[in-house]
Write a protein of this length. Structure first.
Length: 115
């Protein structure tokens, strides 16, 4: 996971962006997508600062995924990451992926931001 602080501004508050790069186990992509969707729907219902969530799949290497979504702020991301549901999803994702690459990052250059 990569949490980009100050990625956007929503309602005057500095936001965080949650990012995760995952390398899925070959042949288990659909299973991973289903598990991710279930977890993302739970996250959305939680209402704890997640504004939206998106799962991207590499068109040329379909076992590679990126999960990204803006949050109201970084403390909300940290609280979400401390839930039992997050821990359970991470355990499941580790079973379905060969690698999960977490980090907390901040933007250092922004060019051409559009509304």
């Amino acid at each position: 996971m990569v949490c980009l602080t100050g990625a956007r501004c929503y309602g005057g508050r500095r936001a965080g962006l949650h990012y995760r790069h995952l390398a899925g186990e070959p042949g288990r992509g659909e299973e991973f997508i289903a598990a991710w969707k279930e977890f993302a729907e739970w996250t959305s219902r939680l209402g704890g600062g997640s504004l939206e969530v998106l799962l991207l799949q590499d068109a040329e290497q379909p076992q590679r995924f990126v999960s990204v979504g803006p949050w109201k702020d970084v403390p909300d991301i940290r609280a979400w990451r401390n839930t039992p549901e997050f821990g359970a999803f991470m355990q499941r994702a580790k079973e379905l992926c060969t690698g999960i690459h977490p980090a907390i990052m901040k933007p250092v250059v922004r060019i051409g931001e559009r509304s």
